[in-house]
Design a protein around this ligand. Structure first.
Ligand SMILES: *Cc1c(COP(=O)(O)O)cnc(C)c1O
Length: 436
């Protein structure tokens, strides 16, 4: 697979280069030069395949010239070792649960696949790969658990003191091995600034082989297509083939992967991008004006993004044809108050507890249905995280009924370890260079 930069289509790189660079120097995003389609025979019989088989088929059409197929199969089996079930709530509504991985969020798909791809391309005698991540919550846990024990890698995760939930913090601080957590006495933006400064520091880059693990990495996007195909397969088994996906969106990586799956031949009727009040995309689809804004804090904080970093990928998939995009993509935004009433309504109607991000996707599906009452389709909303990661949002009665998965029970028993630091860059640099 060759990839170009969305800012310069004549700049072409191979897959490994795109993986280690994350972003081209011209600050575009890497996109496949050619988007392959899956053969129709496969799509017509997709209901006969397992998640692992589907993941392999999809990855193979993209990556067959980058990774030998047996190696690709081994990477997939190791990375995607948990399920992504579609759970029916009523006749024509279902939830795609993407929180069964180690960090209890859909980011496990991307982070686990990326870590194994990076390790695969690293040669034995090369310098250790130093992954630096700033996190406001879910990314850090997925990356920490994704890279845990992966050879030739070391991960340093910066998180803002007192600003992540207890479970999120435990996911960062209880790993040991090659995972190091740094608690910054500051905000997420301070964490981000320290990481950015490290990437721009020539002296540091001469000493360490630094890489970022953020959501624009192409090796995070690819595995996120797998669960769209697999959800469609599950519905097909129930004789349902008209599907609308509603996706809780922040940086728009998740839904970009869905639209990529669509371009690769997955027959989807409609995508819905559900956002909180950080509504750059719904405003764009309504008015045609793309105007980013500073982010506003909400209950669905993993979607507090004013300038969605994967949006250019979506425009690129549709060759910047806004009308073509509007045919397949609708977008709605919801306030915190609506989010709470969504959580309550889902609990009352289905006895099902969703995280605040997931509740927004359900609300968006309801709104779409109100606008398209006669069509016959199954609405699937994506559940991007387990509710137990965001306990503070819930009313007491619901909170008391949140069940803790095994991954969490294990965490509570482990000792927590984080290096405390202020926002001074020199101390951070010293930490990175001296701790072995
Ligand atoms: C990251 C995240 C999102 C947003 O996903 P994007 O790919 O950035 O649009 C939504 N929900 C949860 C729980 C997340 O962790």
């Amino acid at each position: 697979m060759k990839l170009y930069s969305t800012n310069n289509q004549s700049l072409k790189v191979d897959f490994a280069t795109a993986v280690f660079n994350s972003m081209p120097l011209d600050k575009g995003l890497y996109m496949p030069v050619h988007i392959p389609e899956l053969d129709k025979e496969f799509i017509d019989h997709i209901d006969q395949f397992t998640l692992s088989q589907i993941a392999f088929k999809v990855a193979a059409v993209l990556l067959k010239d980058a990774i030998p197929l047996e190696d690709l199969q081994a990477i997939i089996d190791d990375a995607i070792n948990f399920e992504a079930p579609v759970v029916s709530l009523d006749e024509n509504t279902a939830v795609l649960e993407l929180f069964h991985g180690p960090s209890l969020a859909f980011k496990d798909f991307g982070a686990r696949f990326m870590s194994r791809i990076m390790a695969y391309f690293l040669k034995d005698n090369e310098k250790t790969l130093d992954v630096l991540v700033a996190t406001s919550g879910d990314t850090g846990g997925a990356v920490a658990l994704g890279f845990l024990g992966v050879p030739h890698t070391r991960v340093t995760i910066l998180y803002p003191k007192g600003k992540v939930s207890e479970i999120q913090e435990l996911q960062l601080c209880t790993n040991g091995q090659n995972i190091h957590a740094v608690e910054i006495d500051g905000t997420f933006d301070d964490c981000q600034a320290l990481v950015k400064q490290a990437f721009a520091d020539e002296e540091l880059n001469a000493r360490l082989r630094l890489t970022s693990a953020n959501s624009i990495n192409i090796s995070r996007l690819i595995p996120q297509t797998f669960y769209y195909f697999n959800a469609y397969a599950q519905l097909k088994r129930q004789g349902k083939e008209e599907v609308v996906f509603s996706v809780p969106s922040g940086n728009f990586g998740n839904i970009a992967a869905g639209l990529l799956a669509y371009k690769m031949g997955l027959p989807i009727k409609q995508f819905i991008a559900a956002t909180n009040v950080n509504d750059t995309v719904p405003r764009f689809l309504e008015t045609g004006v793309y105007e980013t804004k500073p982010s506003v804090q909400t209950y669905s904080n993993a979607m507090d993004v004013g300038a969605p970093s994967n949006w250019v990928r979506i425009m690129d998939l549709f060759k910047n044809d806004k009308e073509a995009l509007q045919q397949i993509l609708q977008s709605y935004r919801f306030t915190d108050e609506e989010t709470l009433s969504g959580i309550n309504a889902i609990y009352e109607q289905f006895n099902y507890i969703t995280c605040p991000h997931t509740a927004i996707a359900w609300l968006a599906l309801q709104k779409y249905r109100a606008e398209h009452p006669d069509d016959n389709y199954t609405g699937i909303f994506l559940s991007t995280a387990h509710a137990c990661k965001f306990p503070d949002v819930f009313p007491e009665t619901i909170k008391a009924n949140i069940e803790f998965p095994d991954q969490v029970k294990d965490l509570l028993a482990k000792p927590k370890k984080a290096q405390k630091m202020n926002t001074d860059y020199e101390s951070f640099k010293k930490y990175l260079t001296t701790f072995y």
